[in-house]
Design a protein around this ligand. Structure first.
Ligand SMILES: Nc1ncnc2c1ncn2[C@@H]1O[C@H](COP(=O)(O)OP(=O)(O)OP(=O)(O)O)[C@@H](O)[C@H]1O
Length: 230
């Protein structure tokens, strides 16, 4: 589902004459199979977010090839990647990234509006999705009127609403207490086993890493370890 071949990335900071090159990823290759959960761990600053941003098309790597869901996206420009993301990738973030002025329903409906789905179909799909994630009763609540776990469920619903085959998650339980964390992790496992959604998750958290069929570690810009946990 996701194949990275020989990805390297260097950031360049500073002005002309005083440029500093920061090498972050060095010859990273990775293959995430269909219906797999892969977790990526690594110290702060090891390059996890950079890797996720490269797969998401927000950062163009200095070198290497990226194939997602059978499509070579390496040379996609911003607009092309934005369209591709809408069809193929869902995102879950630590901070939920919900729009505060929109209700749970409106947050989940938004990707369908961006895709141009007609209103009647949008309402039906959004209601079904709110039911799937167990927050139908909270459809009219604003994010500030929801618990952390409920907000993450809304954000998962928003990620799932366009049926992406792959979900990319950045510390999906980083803002949650341990009980709610367990609830969300079980929910991710269920989405994987029942709907066949592929997950790539980056995390510091051992409990999150444990839900991966495989866990990879990034250190010094390289993927250094691959451990099967289940
Ligand atoms: N836009 C940027 N410009 C310059 N350097 C950057 C940029 N983004 C990240 N870096 C550097 O790249 C390295 C990797 O950062 P990255 O955010 O990918 O790490 P991380 O493993 O996700 O860290 P954390 O777990 O703390 O979020 C760090 O040294 C960081 O300072």
């Amino acid at each position: 589902m996701i194949t990275l071949e020989n990805i390297s990335h260097k950031f360049e900071i500073g002005k002309k004459g005083k440029k500093t090159i920061i090498p972050v990823l060095n010859d990273v290759s990775l293959h995430v199979r269909k219906e797999e959960i892969v977790t990526i761990v690594g110290r702060s600053g090891s390059g996890k977010s950079t890797l996720l941003n490269i797969i998401s098309g927000f950062i163009h790597p200095t070198e290497g090839k990226i194939t997602i869901d059978g499509t070579d996206v390496t040379t996609f420009n911003e607009a092309k990647f934005a369209d591709f993301r809408l069809e193929h990738l869902g995102f879950i973030f630590q901070s939920f990234q919900l729009i505060p002025s929109m209700t749970a329903f409106q947050n989940v409906e938004l990707p369908l509006i961006l895709k141009g789905v007609p209103e009647k179909e949008r309402i039906e799909k959004t209601n079904n999705m709110l039911e799937t994630v167990g927050i139908k009763d909270f459809a009219d609540h604003y994010p500030s009127e929801l618990s952390g776990g409920q907000q993450q469920r809304v954000s998962i619903a928003r990620a799932l609403i366009v049926n992406p085959p792959i979900i990319l998650a950045d510390e999906p339980t980083g803002s949650l207490d341990s009980e709610t964390e367990e609830d969300i992790l079980n929910f991710i496992k269920k989405l994987n086993s029942e709907l066949g959604i592929t997950f790539l998750i980056i995390t510091h958290d051992e409990r999150v890493a444990q839900i991966g069929h495989r866990t990879l570690e990034i250190a010094d810009g390289k993927l250094v370890k691959e451990a099967a946990l289940v």
